[in-house]
Design a protein around this ligand. Structure first.
Ligand code: ATP
Ligand code: MG
Length: 211
Protein backbone atom coordinates (compact mmCIF):
# COMPACT_ATOMS: atom_id res chain seq x y z
CA UNK A 1 0.00 0.00 0.00
CA UNK A 2 0.89 3.66 -0.25
CA UNK A 3 3.78 5.01 1.76
CA UNK A 4 3.66 6.68 4.22
CA UNK A 5 0.96 4.41 5.50
CA UNK A 6 0.47 5.52 9.08
CA UNK A 7 2.28 8.84 9.22
CA UNK A 8 4.42 8.41 12.30
CA UNK A 9 7.61 10.46 12.29
CA UNK A 10 10.51 9.56 14.51
CA UNK A 11 13.65 11.60 15.12
CA UNK A 12 16.54 9.49 16.36
CA UNK A 13 19.60 11.26 17.74
CA UNK A 14 19.14 13.92 15.08
CA UNK A 15 21.82 16.61 15.01
CA UNK A 16 22.31 19.18 12.26
CA UNK A 17 24.98 21.79 11.57
CA UNK A 18 24.91 24.30 8.72
CA UNK A 19 28.67 24.16 8.41
CA UNK A 20 31.59 22.28 9.86
CA UNK A 21 32.79 25.19 11.97
CA UNK A 22 29.32 26.22 13.14
CA UNK A 23 27.29 25.35 16.23
CA UNK A 24 24.62 22.70 16.05
CA UNK A 25 21.29 24.10 14.82
CA UNK A 26 19.71 20.88 16.18
CA UNK A 27 21.29 18.84 18.95
CA UNK A 28 20.53 15.19 19.57
CA UNK A 29 16.78 15.33 19.04
CA UNK A 30 14.82 12.27 20.08
CA UNK A 31 11.07 12.26 19.66
CA UNK A 32 8.46 9.91 18.24
CA UNK A 33 5.40 11.55 16.73
CA UNK A 34 2.43 9.21 16.58
CA UNK A 35 0.29 8.66 13.48
CA UNK A 36 -2.39 11.35 13.31
CA UNK A 37 -0.86 13.33 16.14
CA UNK A 38 -1.12 17.13 16.11
CA UNK A 39 2.19 18.57 17.27
CA UNK A 40 2.82 22.23 18.01
CA UNK A 41 6.37 23.59 18.01
CA UNK A 42 7.31 26.86 19.68
CA UNK A 43 10.58 28.50 20.63
CA UNK A 44 12.48 31.72 20.26
CA UNK A 45 13.91 32.97 17.00
CA UNK A 46 16.86 30.79 15.98
CA UNK A 47 15.81 27.87 18.22
CA UNK A 48 15.89 25.42 15.30
CA UNK A 49 12.21 25.10 14.39
CA UNK A 50 12.56 25.69 10.65
CA UNK A 51 15.66 23.51 10.58
CA UNK A 52 13.51 20.67 11.91
CA UNK A 53 10.82 21.34 9.29
CA UNK A 54 13.37 21.38 6.48
CA UNK A 55 15.04 18.22 7.78
CA UNK A 56 11.76 16.27 7.52
CA UNK A 57 11.59 17.25 3.87
CA UNK A 58 15.25 16.59 3.33
CA UNK A 59 15.70 20.14 2.13
CA UNK A 60 19.04 20.29 3.92
CA UNK A 61 22.29 18.91 2.63
CA UNK A 62 24.30 19.89 5.65
CA UNK A 63 26.07 17.86 8.30
CA UNK A 64 23.31 15.57 9.46
CA UNK A 65 23.79 12.93 12.15
CA UNK A 66 21.14 10.50 13.32
CA UNK A 67 17.99 9.77 11.36
CA UNK A 68 14.37 10.59 10.65
CA UNK A 69 12.09 7.64 10.13
CA UNK A 70 8.53 7.49 8.91
CA UNK A 71 6.66 4.22 9.11
CA UNK A 72 9.95 2.70 10.22
CA UNK A 73 11.86 3.71 7.07
CA UNK A 74 14.83 6.03 7.23
CA UNK A 75 13.85 8.94 4.96
CA UNK A 76 17.47 9.17 3.79
CA UNK A 77 16.98 5.89 1.91
CA UNK A 78 14.28 7.42 -0.33
CA UNK A 79 14.89 9.58 -3.35
CA UNK A 80 13.61 13.12 -2.81
CA UNK A 81 11.39 12.67 -5.87
CA UNK A 82 9.65 9.64 -4.31
CA UNK A 83 9.37 11.29 -1.02
CA UNK A 84 8.34 14.93 -1.35
CA UNK A 85 5.10 14.36 -3.27
CA UNK A 86 3.89 12.28 -0.33
CA UNK A 87 4.19 15.04 2.21
CA UNK A 88 2.79 18.52 2.50
CA UNK A 89 4.65 21.60 3.65
CA UNK A 90 4.00 25.30 3.97
CA UNK A 91 7.49 26.74 4.41
CA UNK A 92 8.15 29.86 6.45
CA UNK A 93 8.75 31.80 3.24
CA UNK A 94 5.49 30.70 1.62
CA UNK A 95 5.38 31.94 -1.93
CA UNK A 96 2.84 31.98 -4.69
CA UNK A 97 3.55 29.98 -7.81
CA UNK A 98 3.65 32.11 -10.92
CA UNK A 99 0.82 31.27 -13.28
CA UNK A 100 -2.88 31.47 -12.56
CA UNK A 101 -4.98 31.59 -9.40
CA UNK A 102 -6.08 28.11 -10.40
CA UNK A 103 -2.54 26.79 -10.47
CA UNK A 104 -1.96 28.18 -7.00
CA UNK A 105 -5.02 26.41 -5.72
CA UNK A 106 -4.65 23.18 -7.60
CA UNK A 107 -1.76 22.53 -9.95
CA UNK A 108 -3.20 19.18 -11.06
CA UNK A 109 -6.77 20.04 -11.95
CA UNK A 110 -7.37 20.94 -15.59
CA UNK A 111 -11.02 21.96 -16.03
CA UNK A 112 -11.63 25.63 -16.52
CA UNK A 113 -13.89 28.04 -14.70
CA UNK A 114 -13.89 31.80 -15.21
CA UNK A 115 -11.97 34.14 -12.90
CA UNK A 116 -9.76 31.44 -11.56
CA UNK A 117 -7.45 31.76 -14.57
CA UNK A 118 -6.40 35.28 -13.67
CA UNK A 119 -2.61 35.60 -14.13
CA UNK A 120 -0.40 35.86 -11.08
CA UNK A 121 3.30 36.30 -10.63
CA UNK A 122 5.51 34.98 -7.86
CA UNK A 123 4.95 36.91 -4.61
CA UNK A 124 2.15 38.78 -6.36
CA UNK A 125 1.90 42.21 -4.79
CA UNK A 126 -1.88 42.24 -5.26
CA UNK A 127 -2.10 39.82 -2.35
CA UNK A 128 -1.14 40.49 1.23
CA UNK A 129 1.16 37.96 2.91
CA UNK A 130 -1.83 36.76 4.95
CA UNK A 131 -3.81 36.18 1.77
CA UNK A 132 -0.85 34.29 0.29
CA UNK A 133 -0.88 32.09 3.38
CA UNK A 134 -4.57 31.40 2.77
CA UNK A 135 -3.69 30.35 -0.79
CA UNK A 136 -1.03 28.00 0.57
CA UNK A 137 -3.53 26.38 2.90
CA UNK A 138 -6.12 25.96 0.12
CA UNK A 139 -3.41 24.38 -1.98
CA UNK A 140 -2.66 21.90 0.78
CA UNK A 141 -6.34 21.12 1.38
CA UNK A 142 -6.69 19.92 -2.20
CA UNK A 143 -3.84 17.47 -1.91
CA UNK A 144 -4.41 15.27 1.09
CA UNK A 145 -1.11 14.17 2.59
CA UNK A 146 -0.40 11.87 5.49
CA UNK A 147 2.24 14.15 7.01
CA UNK A 148 2.00 17.94 7.01
CA UNK A 149 4.42 20.55 8.25
CA UNK A 150 3.22 24.13 8.65
CA UNK A 151 6.06 26.53 9.39
CA UNK A 152 4.46 29.76 10.60
CA UNK A 153 1.83 29.18 7.94
CA UNK A 154 -0.65 31.51 9.65
CA UNK A 155 1.80 34.04 11.09
CA UNK A 156 0.55 36.94 8.98
CA UNK A 157 -3.21 36.49 9.26
CA UNK A 158 -5.32 38.03 12.02
CA UNK A 159 -6.22 36.05 15.12
CA UNK A 160 -9.75 35.26 13.98
CA UNK A 161 -8.56 34.02 10.56
CA UNK A 162 -5.82 32.00 12.28
CA UNK A 163 -8.45 30.30 14.50
CA UNK A 164 -10.55 29.43 11.44
CA UNK A 165 -7.51 28.07 9.60
CA UNK A 166 -6.48 25.92 12.59
CA UNK A 167 -10.07 24.66 12.90
CA UNK A 168 -10.08 23.74 9.21
CA UNK A 169 -6.72 21.99 9.49
CA UNK A 170 -7.93 19.95 12.49
CA UNK A 171 -11.12 18.84 10.74
CA UNK A 172 -9.73 18.26 7.24
CA UNK A 173 -6.53 16.56 8.37
CA UNK A 174 -7.91 14.66 11.36
CA UNK A 175 -6.24 11.42 10.23
CA UNK A 176 -2.99 13.06 9.25
CA UNK A 177 0.09 13.87 11.25
CA UNK A 178 0.34 17.66 11.47
CA UNK A 179 3.38 19.53 12.77
CA UNK A 180 2.60 23.21 13.32
CA UNK A 181 5.37 25.69 14.03
CA UNK A 182 4.13 28.99 15.46
CA UNK A 183 5.12 31.98 17.51
CA UNK A 184 1.55 32.66 18.63
CA UNK A 185 0.66 30.24 21.42
CA UNK A 186 -3.00 30.50 20.48
CA UNK A 187 -2.21 28.82 17.14
CA UNK A 188 -1.05 25.57 18.74
CA UNK A 189 -3.05 25.43 22.00
CA UNK A 190 -5.29 22.66 20.67
CA UNK A 191 -2.36 20.41 19.72
CA UNK A 192 -2.06 16.97 21.31
CA UNK A 193 1.49 17.80 22.37
CA UNK A 194 3.69 20.87 22.26
CA UNK A 195 7.45 20.85 21.81
CA UNK A 196 9.28 23.84 23.25
CA UNK A 197 12.62 24.27 21.49
CA UNK A 198 15.58 26.11 22.90
CA UNK A 199 18.98 26.50 21.24
CA UNK A 200 18.53 23.45 19.04
CA UNK A 201 17.23 21.20 21.81
CA UNK A 202 13.87 20.11 23.18
CA UNK A 203 13.41 22.09 26.39
CA UNK A 204 9.94 20.74 27.13
CA UNK A 205 7.45 18.35 25.56
CA UNK A 206 3.91 17.49 26.62
CA UNK A 207 0.21 18.26 26.34
CA UNK A 208 -0.53 22.02 26.32
CA UNK A 209 -2.21 21.96 29.76
CA UNK A 210 0.93 20.47 31.34
CA UNK A 211 3.41 23.07 30.06
P1 ATP B 1 12.50 31.69 13.61
O1 ATP B 1 11.53 31.63 14.75
O2 ATP B 1 13.15 33.01 13.51
O3 ATP B 1 11.92 31.24 12.31
P2 ATP B 1 13.83 29.10 13.86
O4 ATP B 1 13.55 28.49 15.18
O5 ATP B 1 13.03 28.64 12.72
O6 ATP B 1 13.74 30.71 14.01
P3 ATP B 1 16.11 28.16 12.34
O7 ATP B 1 15.81 28.86 11.07
O8 ATP B 1 15.85 26.71 12.41
O9 ATP B 1 15.39 28.91 13.56
O10 ATP B 1 17.65 28.42 12.69
C1 ATP B 1 18.31 27.69 13.70
C2 ATP B 1 19.79 28.09 13.72
O11 ATP B 1 20.40 27.71 12.50
C3 ATP B 1 20.02 29.60 13.87
O12 ATP B 1 21.11 29.79 14.73
C4 ATP B 1 20.37 30.05 12.48
O13 ATP B 1 21.26 31.13 12.50
C5 ATP B 1 21.01 28.82 11.88
N1 ATP B 1 20.75 28.77 10.42
C6 ATP B 1 19.54 28.65 9.83
N2 ATP B 1 19.64 28.60 8.50
C7 ATP B 1 20.97 28.69 8.24
C8 ATP B 1 21.74 28.69 7.05
N3 ATP B 1 21.17 28.57 5.84
N4 ATP B 1 23.07 28.79 7.17
C9 ATP B 1 23.69 28.89 8.37
N5 ATP B 1 23.01 28.89 9.53
C10 ATP B 1 21.68 28.80 9.48
MG1 MG C 1 11.78 29.55 11.39
Amino acid sequence: SEWPHSGNVEFKNLSIKYGTGLDYALKNLNVAIRPGEKIGIVGRTGAGKSTLAKAIFRLLHENIEGSIETDGHDTATFGVGDFCPKLGIIPQEATMFSGTVRRNLDPLQEDIKCGINKRLSENDSRFSSGQQQLFSLCHLLMRKRKVLVLDEATADVDLETDRKMQELIRSEFSNCTVITIAHRLDTIMKSDRIIVMEKGEIAEIGPPQEL
